[in-house]
Design a protein around this ligand. Structure first.
Ligand SMILES: [Zn+2]
Length: 68
């Protein structure tokens, strides 16, 4: 298996890692159902809805009335 001939310098390693930093900004969108602050492309933690559909089954509100 091929191996690198020489070790990269600390400077070269650090220059490569400058692109690995976190942006520091977190985008937040509003839930269409209840208006709570939600991360984009994530189900709402308050009502469990995503794209107008209930996807999070840990959030229970009218689930019991439908079954029972
Ligand atoms: Zn919601």
């Amino acid at each position: 298996m091929a191996l690198p001939k020489r070790r990269h310098s600390k400077s070269r390693r650090n220059k490569r890692r400058t692109h690995q930093k976190l942006s520091g900004t977190v985008s937040v969108v509003k839930c269409a159902k209840c208006g709570a602050a939600v991360l984009p492309h994530n189900a709402c933690g308050q009502c469990g809805f995503y794209k107008g559909r209930k996807v999070d089954h840990t959030v229970k509100e009218e689930e019991k009335s439908r079954k029972g």
